[in-house]
Design a protein around this ligand. Structure first.
Ligand code: HC0
Ligand code: SF4
Length: 579
C-alpha cells in the first residue's frame, strides 16, 4: 500500500488509487463535475476535463487534478487550501465564461452541479467572457439537448457508449464550440438512440433533459371535459421520496397516491395491475412456445425475450433486426394499461375514449417514446396520452404546494389498482422473469410452488443465468441489465454460442429503479441498491405474490378479455416489431 496524507488525515491505499478516491475513503469531498465511477461495471469517466477537483500537492509547483493523479508514497495533499480555493473559483469562472446564465428558467435549476458549485464558492461575477454558442435545441420524443450548456464532461458519452453500447454520442468540434453530439450532428430522434436516458441521468448541467410534459398534464387536469386517469410504474414508489428529502429506498406508495389525488387526477390506478396482466400473457406465451418446442415444432424460436422495456425494444429493432421473432409480443404494462383503460374502463364509466386522458408516471424517458409510437393509438387517439418521469411528478407536487412528506397514505382506486408482489419487482432487474417463473411454474404443474423467492434471479451482475424447474422442464433463463451487456449476450445467441429458453432484458442499471427519469442517480450505485431493496420489501409484505392470484385480473379475463392469448387479449394486449 501507499501512505498518503490529505488535509492532515493519514491513510494507506493500494497503488494506482487516485487522490480523489483516497480522499473519498477519508470522507473528504473534493468537488468534480466530470468524474464518474461505476464500480460494478468497472466503467470510469475520467477525462479530467472540468479541472474543478484541483488540489495542492506538497513539493509540486502546479496544482494537480485529484481525479487523474495517482497517489505516491509520502504524498501530502491539501484539498481546500486558500491557493486551491482561488484556483477552483477561477476554473468555475472559466467554465461559466461560455455558459448561458439563464438559471432562472433553466430546467436543471436547483439540481445543477455547476450552479451548486458557483453558489458554494460564492461566485458573484465572472471575470472572463467566452463565446456562448447558439446551437438549436434538439427535441427527441424523450430528450431535449441544449448543447449551449454542454461543459464537455463526457459523462453522457461514457454512459451511451461504454455502459449502453449504443454509440450515439461523441465529442465534436473545438474550442468554445466543442460539444457531445450524435453522428453527423443528426437530431437524436433520427439516430439509433434508444431514449434510455442514461445520458440524462448523469449530465451534471442542463445540457440533457427530459422532454417536459407537465404543462400538458396540468392543462388536462384543468379541463372539466376530461376524465384524467393516472397509472404509476413499479419503480417510482421507491424513489419519489428522494426529492422531498426522504432516505433513498423509502417506499412512498401511499403518499404518492394521495399526492396524485390532490393534484386532481380523477382515477388513481397502478401500472402494477397491468404488470400482473403482462405476466398472464407473457407467461402463457412462454409456456406455449416451450411446449411446442418440446413437442418438436421447429417453427418455434427460443429464447423468448421480454419486451416491456421500450429502450430495449428500440435497441433490438435497430441492432438485431434479424431476430425480431424472438421477443414476446406482449405489450409493456404501460401500454396494456392504456389499452385496458381506454376500452374496458372507459366502457365501465360510460365515456368515449376521446374524453379520457391517460397519464403515466414512469421512472423512464423511453416510455415517452413508447407512448407516442403510432401502433399504440386508435384512430390517432393514443392509449397513453402523456408520460411524466418521477422527476416531473416531483416538480408538479412541489408546484401545487403539497407537503409530500406529511401526506397521509392513500389507497389506489379499483379495479385497475390491485396488484401482487410479483408486479412490484418488475422495477428491479430480474423481477419480470421472477414474476413470470412464479406464475409459469404453477400454471404448468397445477400445483402450488414450494417457494416464492428466486434469489438466483436477483443481484447486480450485468448478466446472470440460472436453471429453474418448471414442471418437468429445466428452464434455462438469463437476466441482463444495461444494453451493452444485452448486445454482448445477443451476439452470442445469434452466433449459437448460448442457449436459453427465456431472457429478461432491462436497459438501465439495476432495471427501472435506475431509469433515466428517476431522481438523478449520477452513477451512485448504492442508491440503486437501496431502491431495489425497497421493491423486494414491498413484494415480501404483500398478501398475494403471484400475478395469476390477482382477483381483479381473474375478473377482467372472466368479464372482458376471455382467455390469455385469446382473440380479445391478442387485439388489445399484443404488438409487433419493426426493423
Ligand atoms: Fe418499468 Fe414496466 S417495470 S418497464 O422498469 O415491464 O419504466 O418501474 O413501468 O411498462 O410494470 C419502467 C418500472 C414499468 C412497464 C412495468 C414493465
Ligand atoms: Fe445514448 Fe441512451 Fe442517451 Fe440515447 S438516451 S443518447 S441511447 S445514453
Amino acid at each position: 500500500t501507499v501512505n498518503i496524507t490529505i488535509d492532515n488525515k493519514v491513510t494507506a491505499v493500494p497503488p494506482g488509487t487516485t487522490i480523489l478516491e483516497a480522499a473519498q475513503g477519508l470522507g473528504i469531498g473534493i468537488p468534480t463535475l466530470c468524474h464518474l465511477d461505476l464500480h460494478t461495471m468497472e466503467v470510469k469517466n475520467q477525462p479530467a476535463s472540468c479541472r474543478v477537483c484541483v488540489v495542492e500537492v506538497e513539493g509540486r509547483r502546479n496544482l494537480a487534478p485529484a481525479c487523474a493523479t495517482p497517489v505516491a508514497e509520502g504524498m501530502v495533499v491539501k484539498s481546500h487550501s486558500p491557493r486551491v480555493l482561488v484556483a477552483r473559483k477561477a476554473v468555475l469562472e472559466l467554465l461559466l465564461s461560455d455558459h448561458p446564465r439563464d438559471c432562472l428558467v433553466c430546467a436543471k435549476s436547483g439540481q445543477c452541479g455547476l450552479q451548486d458549485l458557483a453558489e458554494k464558492f460564492g461566485l458573484r461575477e465572472v471575470r472572463f467572457q467566452g463565446t456562448i454558442s447558439t446551437y438549436p435545441k434538439d427535441h427527441s420524443p424523450a430528450i431535449v439537448r441544449d448543447m449551449d450548456k454542454c461543459i464537455m464532461c463526457r459523462r453522457c458519452e461514457t454512459m451511451c457508449n461504454q455502459v449502453q453500447g449504443c454509440k450515439v454520442l461523441t465529442g465534436v468540434n473545438r474550442g468554445f464550440d466543442s460539444v457531445v453530439a450524435p453522428p453527423y450532428d443528426l437530431p437524436l430522434g433520427e439516430t439509433v438512440c434508444t431514449n434510455c436516458g442514461q445520458c440524462v441521468a448523469v449530465c451534471p448541467v442542463g445540457a440533457l433533459m427530459e422532454k417536459d410534459q407537465t404543462a400538458e398534464v396540468l392543462a388536462a387536469l384543468a379541463d372539466p371535459e376530461k376524465v384524467v386517469v393516472v397509472q404509476t410504474a413499479p419503480a417510482v414508489r421507491a424513489a419519489l421520496g428522494e426529492p422531498f428529502g426522504m432516505e433513498p429506498g423509502t417506499l412512498v406508495t401511499g403518499k404518492m397516491v394521495s399526492a396524485l389525488r390532490e393534484l386532481g387526477f380523477d382515477h388513481v390506478f397502478d401500472t402494477n395491475f397491468t404488470a400482473d396482466l403482462t405476466i398472464m400473457e407473457e407467461g402463457s406465451e412462454l409456456l406455449d412456445r416451450l411446449n411446442r418446442h418440446l413437442a418438436g415444432d421447429e417453427s418455434v424460436k427460443l429464447p423468448i425475450l421480454t419486451s416491456c422495456c421500450p429502450a430495449w425494444v428500440k435497441f433490438f429493432e435497430h441492432q438485431f433486426p434479424d431476430l425480431l421473432h424472438l421477443p414476446s409480443t406482449a405489450k409493456s404494462p404501460q401500454q396494456m394499461f392504456g389499452a385496458v383503460a381506454k376500452s374496458f374502463f372507459a366502457e365501465t364509466i360510460g365515456i368515449p375514449r376521446e374524453k379520457m386522458v391517460v397519464v403515466s408516471i414512469m421512472p423512464c424517458l423511453a416510455k415517452k417514446f413508447e407512448a407516442a409510437r403510432p401502433e399504440f393509438a386508435v384512430g390517432g387517439n393514443p392509449d397513453v396520452d402523456y408520460v411524466l418521469s418521477t422527476r416531473e411528478l416531483a416538480r408538479m407536487i412541489r408546484g401545487a404546494n403539497i407537503d409530500f412528506a406529511t401526506l397521509a397514505d392513500g389507497e389506489f382506486d379499483q379495479p385497475l389498482g390491485e396488484s401482487t408482489g410479483a408486479a412490484v419487482i418488475f422495477g428491479a432487474t430480474g423481477g419480470v422473469l421472477e414474476a413470470a417463473v412464479r406464475t409459469a411454474c404453477e400454471v404448468a404443474t397445477g400445483r402450488e410452488l414450494p417457494r416464492i423467492d428466486f434469489q438466483e434471479l436477483r443481484g447486480v451482475e450485468g448478466v446472470r443465468s440460472a436453471t429453474v424447474k418448471v414442471g418437468e422442464v429445466e428452464l434455462k433463463v438469463g437476466v441482463v441489465h444495461k444494453l451493452g451487456n444485452a448486445r454482448t449476450l445477443m451476439e452470442r445467441i445469434r452466433a449459437g454460442e448460448e442457449e436459453f429458453h427465456a431472457i429478461e432484458v432491462m436497459s438501465c442499471p439495476g432495471g427501472c429503479i435506475g431509469g433515466g427519469g428517476q431522481p438523478y442517480h449520477q452513477g451512485r450505485e448504492e442508491l440503486l441498491e437501496m431502491r431495489t431493496a425497497a421493491l423486494y420489501r414491498d413484494d415480501c409484505g404483500k398478501p398475494l405474490r403471484k400475478s395469476h392470484e390477482n382477483p381483479h385480473i381473474q375478473e377482467l379475463y372472466r368479464t372482458f378479455l376471455g382467455e390469455p392469448l385469446g382473440e380479445k387479449a391478442h387485439e388489445l394486449l399484443h404488438t409487433h416489431y419493426q426493423a
